[in-house]
Design a protein around this ligand. Structure first.
Ligand code: C5P
Length: 219
């Protein structure tokens, strides 16, 4: 990779969904292609950053020129993220499953006529909040995402405060927008200074603009 404004910076990016096993052949997951996280990792690497890309099973391949760490579950993602610290910045673009199956079965659950399985859930760790609230080795800049369908700005602003991150990239993922699984995104950047509304643009352009902003913030 060439020289750029992020040369010498170490940046963590989470991306994709997590898969939470029910049994060895079944899982629950979030809907996420990994496209936006992949584009962000690519854009950061293009500016010279050393990118540690922690990804769940995404639809799109990871970008070239980054260090790829593949995981499946939220608990594995948290472990991989903590193992990758310290970092100058961290961008949490993954769609992490909020819950896992409390006691997933080691063997395939048999279809048993008339008897339906009942799943119990346990709460997954919130990786963004955990890293934001670390005392030692908290990255200097922590960026979270907020995919919302209602009250996008209000919910994202509250999320920024609740999780303790520095920036939130908020977007409206109502089905009518076509953003989920699509090639474009329309985001608002929420910081301590207020909010910026970015025009609708390709996910690549959102990534490039965010990478430039991160480079400015890291100085
Ligand atoms: O609370 P919500 O899932 O809407 O928050 C979204 C943000 O939090 C994203 O940046 C996502 O990557 C992150 N997150 C996380 N770990 C979780 C849930 C969400 O890092 N368990």
């Amino acid at each position: 990779l060439g020289q750029g404004s992020l040369t010498g910076k170490r940046i963590l990016v989470t991306s994709g969904p997590t898969h939470e096993p029910i049994d060895p052949v079944r899982y629950i997951a979030n809907r996420s292609s990994g496209a936006q996280g992949t584009a962000i990792a690519h854009a950061l690497a293009a500016l010279g950053a050393h990118v540690i890309f922690v990804t769940g099973p995404a639809d799109v391949p990871p970008p070239q020129g980054v260090q790829v760490v593949r995981i499946e579950t939220a608990q594995q993602m948290l472990q991989a993220v903590e193992a990758a610290l310290p970092a100058d910045a961290a961008v949490f673009a993954a769609a992490v499953a909020d819950w896992r199956v409390a006691s997933s079965s080691g063997s395939k659950i048999k279809k048993d006529a008339g008897r339906l399985p009942v799943l119990e859930f346990a709460e997954n760790p919130d990786i963004l909040a955990t890293v934001s609230q670390r005392k030692a080795d908290r990255p200097g800049l922590v960026v979270g995402f907020a995919a919302e369908t209602d009250d996008v700005i209000a919910n994202a602003t509250a999320k920024r405060a609740r999780k303790g991150c520095d920036w939130i990239v908020a977007n409206d993922v109502s089905p009518a927008t076509g953003i989920m699984g699509g090639t474009e995104n329309a985001v608002h950047l929420i910081t301590a200074h207020g909010r910026e509304d970015w025009p609708r643009m390709s996910k690549q352009d959102v990534a490039a603009r965010l990478a430039t902003r991160i480079a400015q913030a890291l100085g």
